[in-house]
Design a protein around this ligand. Structure first.
Ligand SMILES: [Zn+2]
Length: 239
């Protein structure tokens, strides 16, 4: 059963009331639970998994990992037992963890928009992937032939200082093709896509959780921009 991904509509939803749709034993005191809807972000797109707790009237389970497979969102839970399918449960995110990851993820997009504003993307650099966990970085294909570390850090913090709004909307692919500064290859064509817009700057397709304003990201540092084998790796950090 497909899970309704509440986090796609509202990155700030911290709690939810939902129902258990499916339970599978994982061995020992570990279980895999599918819920009707969820605020838990499943690991993916470079953003780490959410964690938190699920409770029912007489039960508590620790959610230690969340994964998405074919539209089903699996909550990996540690507990002595789990309630039956159909039981109403309440879920609460570990918000400190999520908010840190949200800020890191949005910071990655600030850096990416800064690279675009400086005129380096989508040419000669084209973004290929990002990691927004413990050691955040973004990888681009292409070459620069010069060090952009300092100007990139300055431009990124200029966007933070301007306190620009991030907004999210579901749009058809044709709309995204018009609005986005670049499009990742392989985007689905049969459903609306989520567009992330940085006010006055541009838009990209994105499925992760985001802060509402660049001021929430705080000061960004760019420890390194390194070039190897036709790829540029930009590392970044937030306080
Ligand atoms: Zn993203």
């Amino acid at each position: 059963m497909k899970t309704i991904p509440v986090y796609l509509e509202d990155s700030y939803a911290k709690e939810m009331d939902t129902r258990i749709a499916e339970v599978l034993p994982e061995g020992g005191n570990r279980w895999r639970i599918v819920l009707d809807q969820t605020v838990f972000y499943p690991m993916g797109g470079g953003q780490p998994t959410d964690q938190g707790v699920l409770t029912s009237e007489d039960w508590t389970g620790d959610v230690y990992q969340v994964m998405m497979r074919d539209g089903e969102i699996w909550h990996y839970v540690q507990a002595e037992r789990v309630p039956a399918v159909g039981t109403a449960v309440h879920g609460i995110l570990n918000w400190d963890r999520r908010y840190k990851h949200m800020r890191l993820h949005s910071a990655g997009h600030v850096v990416d928009f800064a690279i675009h504003l400086l005129g380096y993307s989508p040419k000669p650099l084209y973004p290929t992937k990002g990691e927004h966990g413990k050691k955040p970085y973004i990888v681009y294909t292409g070459t620069l032939g010069k060090d952009i570390t300092k100007e990139l850090e300055e431009k990124s913090n200029e966007l933070v200082a301007k306190a620009l709004e991030f907004s999210l909307a579901f749009v058809p692919l044709a709309q995204l093709e018009k609005d986005a500064i670049y499009l990742q290859p392989g985007l689905p064509t049969n459903k609306p896509l989520r567009k992330l817009t940085l006010a006055g700057i541009g838009a990209v397709a994105d499925g992760g959780t985001q802060v509402k304003n660049t001021s929430e990201v705080g000061r960004i540092t760019i420890p390194s921009v390194t070039e190897a084998d036709g790829m540029i790796t930009v590392t970044y950090a937030v306080a």
